[in-house]
Design a protein around this ligand. Sequence first.
Ligand SMILES: Nc1ncnc2c1ncn2[C@@H]1O[C@H](COP(=O)(O)OP(=O)(O)OP(=O)(O)O)[C@@H](O)[C@H]1O
Ligand SMILES: [Mg+2]
Length: 393
Amino acid sequence: MDPVANPFRPGAGRRPPLLAGRGPVLDAFDVLRRRAEELGEGDRSWVLHGLRGVGKTVLLNELLVQVGSRGWITAKLEATAGTPLSVALTSELLRSLRTATGRHPAPRLRRLLGMFKAFSLKVDPASGAFSVDVDIAPIPGADSGRFAEDLAALFTVLGETSRELGIGTLILVDELQEASAADLTAINTAVHAIGQGQAPLPVVLVGAGLPSLPAQLAEATSYAERLYEYRAIGLLDGADAQAALTGPTSLRGVDWDPAALLMALDVAAGYPYFLQAVGKHVWDVAPGPRIHVDDVVLGGEFARREVDDGLYRSRWERATVAQRALLRAMADLAGERPVAVADLVGPLNRNRVQDLSVARTELIKKGLLYAPERGLLAFTVPGMSSFILKQSA
Ligand SMILES: Nc1ncnc2c1ncn2[C@@H]1O[C@H](COP(=O)(O)OP(=O)(O)OP(=O)(O)O)[C@@H](O)[C@H]1O
Ligand SMILES: [Mg+2]
């Protein structure tokens, strides 16, 4: 069928034609939004955790859309190992505060803008040149130079100002598992601070990252377990996966032969990224306007190749011989399930768990594996084990 009309969007952070199965999360967020707007109150911040390609970034973007049009102060940033979170946050908040100045009465923003200016000058002295408004005088309070305290003070003034304006502040941090331990501590401290008063301030932080993120936050500060609402973002169940494929096609007058649909669902196995890839390739090869089994056989094969090349092969090729041996042992032993590192010692002909620690650490650093719990290892990408079992070396 016409590739121009192809509705599917495999890729990183690309908005799917139909955001399947995330209704409960979006409904819960709507409650949070209304509490902020109608009562001036915040609720617990969120942590979204899940494997690669399940739709965490897409979900963050969706939350941003929900409040962006309602005048909220927002910042969306991505934690990266190289950049301190404070710098990324400053530039993203600056963008949003500039928009806010055109939208809300200046006197009501004065304290926030003054404190933000002092904060940003401390974080990144060069940022003064791009400040929200040259006439704003810096106001002390969030510029001690100790990031955790300053962030807490900044979140507090953001919350107080938002409450006065009848809006909220939404801070989204993607790939939060990449943040340094010090930055995670600062985030926990700031999120803790906004919940302290009589009524929690309407500042919501939503962090997204790999399944190791909850444990990393808890390691940074012990109270993190109770600080956030943790939401696992996972594979889609049968009905939702089906909706992800058939919703977008039916809007374009295309339907599926039932056997073809079952086969496509089987290939994608509920994995959101794979559903988009299968949808896209099947659409491209199908003469239409009905999708048949033959189309899925061929399109499914193309989709598998795309996912193999884009997702699995690059990761596999980044691994050294020793690291590959470990990956293969994991796939042999447990398929997709987490493996105890201790159980890999024998199959890899080593004597002790410590003998595996270099490979283990490197594979975690490269983003192929994560530790769901102490002593365990698992793949970060769904379907990685079946790919590995097909590789010859
Ligand atoms: N709920 C959904 N329904 C259908 N398709 C989805 C859904 N969520 C995400 N997708 C699709 O899955 C793919 C991956 O989404 P996204 O990049 O948000 O995943 P991610 O969890 O952020 O991955 P990573 O951990 O690699 O950053 C995209 O092609 C997107 O369109
Ligand atoms: Mg992402």
